[in-house]
Every structure is written in structure tokens, then in C-alpha cells.
Design a protein around this ligand. Structure first.
Ligand code: SF4
Length: 204
């Protein structure tokens, strides 16, 4: 592994985390291209509202240069996708760790995450037995998307935070899904409501 190793990247941008336990945190999002779970999502009727097909290749060196040029004040990265674990390796994470970056990841649970990741958010899009196999020690947060009529999630692993997020209509909140998720949280007493606040704030 060297600095000329390439990653397929959809976009890199500096913004605030809009969801979950790290809400409001300034972070550099590195959205990796592609997602091997997309056929499973399609079959399950999950509408993916993330654009991760386009993009270009960056070497690790080019990503480090982007960070230095565009957000030198920020030492936090959020790896997202698509499915970041399809490409990200232990060695890549170590390079950013050596440069002093805190690294969070947002994953569907399809694969284990690389060693060295500091904060793991799983938004499950694969079967629970796959998640149980990949995360035997649990994760920092679980975020399940729910629409009207769906039951409270029954996760197979433990987490520090359990979130339910209403399925949105693209950039808009679906009020029926929101009401349903609020009721689920109140009835259950453990799960918390997570909205995609970056959409409300009108930021990326
Ligand atoms: S796992 Fe996530 S990124 Fe991949 S297709 Fe499903 S919703 Fe989209």
C-alpha cells in the first residue's frame, strides 16, 4: 500500500454531520463510488436516494492534498457511500490515522469495517445474520430507516445508540412516515428518532 493507491470516489465535501449521535459535527465526507448491496436493496424495495454511480479515481495522495487545501481546520473524516467497505482497507485507514484524522464510517453492514475506524454507524440494508457475523462486538450506532406500517427493528447486535429514521421522499420529509417513527419511539422507549437534518438545514 502506498500513497498512489487509488480509490473510486463519488465526491468529497466538507460539511456538518446531519444525523445520529454525531449530529452537528464538522466532518469531511468522502463518498466512495459503488455499492455491491444495491441489487439486494432493489429487490427489497429500498429506494436508494444517494448518487454514487458517477465520480473519478483519486490516489490517497490526491485525497490528502484535497483535505489540506479545502479543510485544513478539520481532522475528522466520514467515509460514506455507496458502500465504503467495498473499497476501504486497513492500510488506507492507517494512513489517515497516521495523519491524525478521526475516522467515522457509514455502512450498510455488508462487510466488516477496516481496523482503525473510530466510529461505526450501521444503517442495515442486509440480513441480520450478516450484520451479526460482521459486527460481533457491536457498533456505536444503528440507524434503521422505517416507513409507515413497519415494525420496530429487531437488531442482532448491540449499539451505543439506536435510531429510527423516517423514509423520506427524496429531499422531503414524508409526514406519515415521520409520525409512524415518532410513535414507534414513544411506544418502545429505547429507540430514538433521527432525522436527516442536513436536508432541513439545506446543506449537503
Ligand atoms: S446499501 Fe445503501 S448505498 Fe447501497 S444501494 Fe442500498 S441504500 Fe443505497
Amino acid at each position: 500500500m502506498n500513497l498512489l493507491t487509488k480509490l473510486k470516489v463519488s465526491e468529497i465535501f466538507y460539511s456538518l454531520q446531519g444525523e445520529g449521535a454525531r449530529i452537528g459535527t464538522p466532518t469531511i465526507f468522502i463518498r466512495l463510488q459503488g455499492c455491491k448491496a444495491k441489487h439486494a436493496c432493489f429487490k427489497a424495495g429500498i429506494k436508494c436516494d444517494t448518487e454514487f454511480e458517477s465520480g473519478k479515481e483519486y490516489t490517497i495522495e490526491q485525497i490528502l492534498s484535497w483535505l489540506e487545501l479545502n479543510a485544513p481546520q478539520c481532522k475528522e473524516i466520514t467515509w460514506t457511500g455507496g458502500e465504503p467497505t467495498d473499497q476501504l482497507t486497513d492500510e488506507m485507514v492507517q494512513i489517515f490515522k497516521d495523519k491524525g484524522f478521526f475516522q467515522a464510517i457509514e455502512t450498510s453492514g455488508l462487510n466488516p469495517v477496516p481496523v482503525g475506524i473510530d466510529f461505526i454507524c450501521v444503517s442495515p440494508k442486509v440480513a441480520e445474520h450478516v450484520i451479526a457475523k460482521n459486527f460481533p462486538k457491536g457498533v456505536h450506532e444503528l440507524r434503521y430507516v422505517r416507513h409507515k406500517g413497519q415494525d420496530i427493528p429487531k437488531p442482532s447486535i448491540r449499539a451505543d445508540h439506536y435510531w429510527i429514521s423516517p423514509h423520506s421522499d427524496g429531499f422531503d420529509i414524508n409526514s406519515e412516515n415521520l409520525k409512524h417513527c415518532i410513535n414507534l419511539c414513544i411506544e418502545n422507549g429505547i429507540w430514538k428518532l433521527s432525522l436527516q437534518n442536513h436536508k432541513l438545514w439545506n446543506i449537503l
